[in-house]
Write a protein that binds this ligand. Structure first.
Ligand SMILES: NC(=O)c1ccc[n+]([C@@H]2O[C@H](COP(=O)([O-])OP(=O)(O)OC[C@H]3O[C@@H](n4cnc5c(N)ncnc54)[C@H](O)[C@@H]3O)[C@@H](O)[C@H]2O)c1
Length: 255
C-alpha cells in the first residue's frame, strides 16, 4: 500500500510506539486516528501533529466503544485501510510468591487488554475494511499487531504479559488466513526493549544497563525504529501471517 493512501487507526497512539507510528504515517503523507483511552494524551497529541490526525477515544476492550471510534475515524479520514494495535499494559505479577497466589483479576486484566483488546479491534476494523474497494493488488487493508519478545522468552513475573503476547503471536496466522479472502494482511511485530514513556520512569543507570544487554546495537530501541517497520509492513504486500522480532538479537534472561 502506498504510504500516501494510508488511513490508519492506531490503538495506544497517544504514547510510545503508537505515537511514533502516528507521527511517521503523517510524515509519509498519510492520515491517522488515535484510538486510546479518554484519559490519555490523545487529544493533545492529535493537536500537536496537525489536521491529518484525529483523536477517537475508546477502551480497546469495549466492543460498542471501539465500533463508535472506528465510525468516527472512518468519517474523519474518509475510510480506514490500516490498523496498528499498540494499546497494551504490563502489570507484573508472580504466579506464587510471598503474597500468596497471584490475583486472578490481575492476570485476567492483562489478557483482556492485550490479547482480547487486540482481537476486538481486528474483528471490528475488518468489518470496516471489507467495504473498501480493493487496490490494484487486490488489497483492502493491513493489520499490524504488537506482541513482545516476552512471547518467547518471558521473565519472572511476566506470566500474564507473556501469555497475552504469546496469544497475539498464535493468532497472527489464523487471523491472516481468515482475512486473506478479503485482501487484508495481518503481521505482528515482537519488540525487544524500547525507550518509551514506560521505560523513561526508570533511572538512567538502569536504562543504560538494560540497553547493554542488547547484543547489537547495545542500546534501547527507538520508537521510530518500530514505526519504520510498521510502515514497511504496510508497504510490502508480500509480508503476511508472520511475527517479526525487532530486538537487536536480545534473548531475555529469567530476571
Ligand atoms: N516499550 C517496550 O519496550 C515494549 C516492548 C515490547 C512490547 N511493547 C508493547 O508495545 C505496545 C506499546 O507500548 P509502549 O511502550 O508504547 O507503551 P505506552 O504505555 O507508552 O503506550 C501504551 C498506550 O496504550 C494505551 N492503552 C492502555 N490500555 C488501553 C486500553 N484498554 N484501551 C485503549 N488504549 C489503551 C495507553 O493509554 C497508552 O497511550 C504495548 O502493547 C507493549 O506491550 C513495548
Amino acid at each position: 500500500m502506498d504510504p500516501k493512501n494510508v488511513k490508519a487507526v492506531v490503538t495506544g497512539g497517544a504514547s510510545g510506539l503508537g505515537r511514533a507510528t502516528v507521527t511517521r504515517i503523517v510524515s509519509a503523507g498519510g492520515r491517522a486516528a488515535i484510538l486510546d483511552l479518554a484519559s490519555s494524551a490523545g487529544a493533545d497529541v492529535a493537536k500537536t501533529l496537525g489536521p491529518r490526525v484525529v483523536f477517537t477515544p475508546a477502551d480497546v476492550t469495549n466492543g460498542p466503544a471501539v465500533e463508535s471510534a472506528l465510525e468516527a475515524a472512518r468519517g474523519a479520514m474518509d475510510g480506514v485501510n490500516v490498523l496498528v494495535n499498540c494499546a497494551g499494559i504490563g502489570t507484573p505479577m508472580k504466579t506464587f510468591g510471598k503474597q500468596g497466589p497471584a490475583r486472578l483479576e490481575d492476570y485476567t486484566r492483562v489478557i483482556t487488554v492485550n490479547l482480547i483488546g487486540t482481537f476486538n479491534c481486528i474483528r471490528l476494523t475488518a468489518a470496516v475494511m471489507a467495504k473498501n474497494a480493493p487496490n490494484a493488488e487486490g488489497e483492502r487493508g493491513v493489520v499490524v499487531n504488537t506482541a513482545s519478545v516476552a512471547a518467547f522468552d518471558g521473565q519472572i513475573g511476566q506470566a500474564a504479559y507473556s501469555a497475552s503476547k504469546g496469544g497475539i503471536v498464535g493468532m497472527t496466522l489464523p487471523v491472516a488466513r481468515d482475512l486473506a479472502e478479503l485482501g487484508i494482511r495481518v503481521v505482528t511485530i515482537a519488540p525487544g526493549i524500547f525507550d518509551t514513556p514506560l521505560l523513561a520512569t526508570l533511572p538512567e543507570p538502569v536504562r543504560i544497563s538494560l540497553g547493554k544487554q542488547v547484543p547489537f546495537p547495545p542500546r534501547l530501541g527507538r520508537s521510530d525504529e518500530y514505526a519504520a517497520l510498521a510502515l514497511h509492513i504496510v508497504e510490502n504486500v508480500m509480508l503476511n501471517g508472520e511475527t517479526i522480532r525487532l530486538d537487536g538479537a536480545i534473548r531475555m534472561q529469567p530476571r
